[in-house]
Design a protein around this ligand. Structure first.
Ligand code: BMA
Length: 863
């Protein structure tokens, strides 16, 4: 009944809208210009069909002129593409309705990068920044009938090499793989406002694209149109939200008695209204309103990420001239950066509550950005939400992401640490380039400022630490102190003047942080103030257990590498001769080079065992990576509230490669992602030996306390229980506390450390169970018995349920089937002695093929 009433109510609102004023002939009309494109190499004559949005590389691929750039060694043969100029062209005509409008704006949401735009042979734009949105009045150039839109893309290499040649000193750009691009040491990426990772990274190929990478359209309008709506949340608490709607209008003439209203679409209630006169040109109108007892937006795990839909209508003479709807999460979100007894805090406060940030660093999902489909975006964000994350950091060497990305983060309560697009380089930020950076910042801060998910803006990734600590400053100083001073002055201007000014002006409620990691201007980052990138485990080769010792106020990066799993490797390296981590193909898909392979091997030998073949290497590498990151996450969470964040490096890949990612390019979860999901649960029960005491921490991110039973056992791998303790405990909300502590000797009772594991289980009153297994030494020191694993397969809707049973404790059981589209409810899990685990696998494989290809791997039997 309620359902029908609701439906009726919605229908009435819709009819009301239409019969009231929305039937107006005055609303702007939009025509996408995505059809009929062709492209060619500028100096040649053959035209080929093109896809818009798209880039040259994917168009060449679709026309079978090149082969898949991600397959085996193909990337190497494609380095000619970025040294050519390319021309794109289409023809279009506009409807008579559109032709009747007084104004026409040609809008490019993104042009990559040096692009001259011609409309009917008139050069109307010379674009030079991939991150900018270009909107141009074009009415005067548009003809009735056929119009020709042509874009000439200059090679970014040809444009920028002369800039490098002209300088007496060089800006460092450590990840720019200029040699792979045939440019020797000419690291030119710093000159182009273009995604840094296109030039190569330590997890990415060098594929420097050009193209119309985001939508292009014509918007035709008369009288007035909405340029922008900014919903400024001036003050938010549980009882009230004070909001100012700032509406930017463009008018083509003076207009009197124009009304701007903001309506809550869910209820149809008008929230605020403003009567105004418009002058010709740009007008700013503010509609103030308040919500009493607003439904607040919460991050994942803390509550519903509720989104209002606020519709802005501009009306004159009872006709709606333009409308725009914003989805807005009402919340107060602060970054609390304040002195305390230890240094400076750095944490998120959401709706008045400190929130421990759990998540990962995010890079672009593909080297060819336009082919990231809505489904890929959905899976990427859902894989974060389903792994109990509440934050992603959009890292500065990629792009300001698509609107859909941020919409999904709003919907799933994923807070965004948003870098400006600068990473691991110094930039010539003066003159025209600085102005371009300023405009790019304005475009993107304006575009993203209504998103509830945006938690902070950050100037760059690692640029200050690199200048001060990676030897860059002395290197340039050696040449001349004047050059070094100049580079540093540009740095300060960019990150301490220009970018914070933009954030202050266009998103005044949003926190700005100059760099990541950062503590103080002109000083290297540290452990007592601000955020930290911790890389001593991995780059610094220290033992994985060091994660337990290291402190920070907010770990914004740390990571550990693995190769993709074998089923993924076969997709880009299908030949048996490729199946060696040092084969030419695998090396080309390992951008950390032999150094990184060596690190994986060293850690495996130090802490695990020697794998007996390639597949075994890949599997053990996954367990190693998963265990390492689990150790780190648990350590970081135990440190709460001193530490208030843990974002591992990295959530995703942009091509198939060995990297720090927890999900590979094809979206497959590695062991790390399953382990992170568990370590990020709202309650973490974390055992650890500290000074010969076995302690069990309970860490809770819940708003309220939990009560339940905690059980701590020391078990032999064959099932015999050596020590058994249980107690009713209340785990306090938003705290980390020790709930069990005993001398190791007491709980071990003369048993060898290598023969046992610590098993902890916490069952709260609602029946939710949290468990964890912990080892008293390195994995290679564990005397894992060989195990008999048996399986039982039951068909279920969309796949199969597999019950895996083991006679003894089985470590890291990995299931795999020969199906690239399959999804697993869990993997790389442990099985208790004489226990079993049920796993749901979504797949289209018929039952015989499924059973035939089902493979089980387990650390016990690999050692
Ligand atoms: C971090 C990042 C990236 C890099 C990663 C792995 O410092 O900011 O630049 O890819 O380390 O080395």
């Amino acid at each position: 009944m309620k359902h029908i009433l609701m439906k009726l109510k919605t229908a009435v609102i819709a009819v009301g809208l239409l019969s009231g004023s929305a039937m107006s002939a005055s609303v702007p009309l939009v025509k996408n210009l995505h059809e009929g494109w062709k492209f060619k190499q500028a100096r040649l004559t053959n035209w080929y069909p093109a896809t818009v949005p798209g880039v040259v590389h994917t168009d060449l691929l679709q026309n079978k002129i090149i082969e898949d750039p991600f397959f085996r060694l193909n990337e190497r043969g494609l380095q000619w593409i970025d040294k050519e100029d390319w021309i794109y062209e289409t023809r279009f005509s506009l409807s008579s309705d559109m032709m009747q409008k007084e104004n026409m704006d040609l809008v490019f949401e993104g042009l990559d990068t040096y692009a001259d735009v011609y409309l009917n042979d008139e050069c109307i734009l010379k674009a030079d920044n991939m991150f900018r949105r270009w909107s141009l009045p074009v009415k005067q150039y548009i003809k009735e009938g056929d119009n020709v839109l042509k874009i000439y893309f200059h090679s970014p290499i040809k444009i920028d090499v002369p800039k490098w040649d002209a300088l007496p000193y060089h800006y460092p750009a450590s990840n720019d793989q200029s040699e792979n691009g045939g440019l020797l040491n000419k690291k030119i990426s710093i000159f182009a406002r273009k995604a840094g990772y296109h030039y190569g990274w330590d997890w990415g190929p060098r594929l420097v694209t050009s193209g119309i990478w985001r939508p292009v359209y014509i918007k035709a309008w008369s009288d007035s149109r909405i340029n922008d709506v900014f919903i400024e949340q001036k003050q938010v608490n549980a009882s009230k939200a004070v909001i100012a709607g700032h509406i930017e209008l463009n008018a083509d003439k003076e207009m009197n008695d124009v009304t701007v209203t903001v309506t809550d679409e869910a209820t149809g209630k008008i929230l605020g209204k403003q009567q105004t006169n418009l002058k010709k040109g740009i007008n700013q109108v503010t509609v103030n309103f308040a919500l009493s007892k607003p439904k607040l937006w919460w991050s994942n795990g803390l509550g519903e990420p509720y989104l209002y839909r606020f519709r802005t209508d501009v009306t004159a003479n009872k006709e709606i001239l333009d409308s725009k709807t914003e989805k807005v999460g009402i919340r107060s979100l602060k970054v609390v950066h304040q002195p305390d007894k230890d240094g400076h805090t750095f944490y998120i406060e959401l709706n008045g509550r400190p929130v421990f940030a759990k998540g990962a660093n995010y890079i672009p999902c593909d080297n060819f950005l336009p082919r990231v489909t809505p489904d890929i975006y959905k899976k990427t964000i859902l894989d974060a939400a389903n792994a109990n994350m509440n934050m992603l950091r959009v890292w500065g060497g990629g792009t300001y992401e698509s609107d859909l990305f941020y919409d999904l983060c709003d919907e799933h309560g994923i807070m965004i640490w948003q870098d400006f697009m600068f990473a691991c380089s110094m930039y010539p930020a003066e003159g025209e380039l600085l102005e371009s950076i300023r405009q790019e910042a304005i475009d993107n801060v304006k575009r993203l400022r209504n998103h509830a998910c945006i938690a902070l803006w950050c100037g760059n990734n690692e640029c200050q630490d690199a200048w001060l600590g990676w030897g860059w400053k002395p290197e340039i100083e050696k040449q001349s102190k004047e050059y070094a001073d100049k580079v540093w002055a540009q740095y300060q201007q960019q990150y301490h003047v220009t970018l914070p000014e933009v954030v202050k002006e266009y998103a005044p409620e949003t926190f700005y942080w100059p760099s990541s990691p950062f503590a103080f201007e002109g000083e290297p980052s540290g452990t007592t103030d601000g955020d930290r990138h911790y890389w001593s485990v991995w780059h610094g080769k220290v033992p994985i257990s060091d994660y337990n010792k290291e402190k920070s106020r907010f770990f914004s990066e740390y990571g550990f590498q693995s190769f993709p799993e074998f089923e993924s490797v076969k997709r880009y390296a299908p030949n048996p001769e490729d199946w060696d981590i040092r084969s030419e193909v695998m090396m080309s898909h390992q951008r950390g080079g032999d150094h990184a392979n060596g690190l994986i091997e060293t850690y495996l030998l130090n802490e695990y065992k020697t794998p007996h073949n390639f597949q075994s290497f890949l599997y053990m590498n996954h367990v190693l990576q998963g265990d390492a990151i689990k150790t780190a996450i648990e350590a970081h969470r135990r440190q709460m509230p001193y530490n208030m964040g843990t974002l591992f490096w990295q959530h995703n890949d942009c091509w198939p490669v060995a990297s720090w990612a927890s999900r590979d390019y094809y979206g497959r979860w590695k062991a790390q992602h399953y382990y992170a999901r568990k370590a990020f649960e709202d309650i973490l029960i974390s055992p650890i030996v500290e000074e010969d005491e076995l302690k069990v921490y309970g860490v809770s991110d819940r708003i309220k306390g939990a009560s339940g039973k905690l059980q701590v056992q020391v078990c032999r791998f064959d099932g015999k229980i050596i020590h058994d303790w249980s107690k009713h405990v209340s785990v306090g909300g938003n705290t980390s506390q020790v709930y069990f502590s005993a001398p190791l000797t007491e709980v071990l009772k003369d048993t060898e450390k290598g023969d046992v594991y610590v098993r902890v289980v916490y069952a709260d009153k609602s029946g939710k169970v949290y468990d964890n297994n912990y080892y008293l030494g390195k994995q290679k020191e564990m005397n894992y018995p060989k195990v008999n694993l048996t399986t039982e397969v039951q068909p279920m809707a969309g796949g199969y349920e597999v019950t895996v049973s083991s006679d003894k404790f089985a470590r890291a059981v990995f299931l795999s089937i020969a199906d690239n589209e399959s999804l697993y409810s869990d993997n790389y899990f442990d099985i208790q002695p004489n226990g079993s685990v049920k796993v749901q696998i979504a797949t289209q494989l018929p039952v015989d093929k499924f059973k035939e290809s089902l493979k089980l791997t387990c650390l016990n039997n690999e050692f």
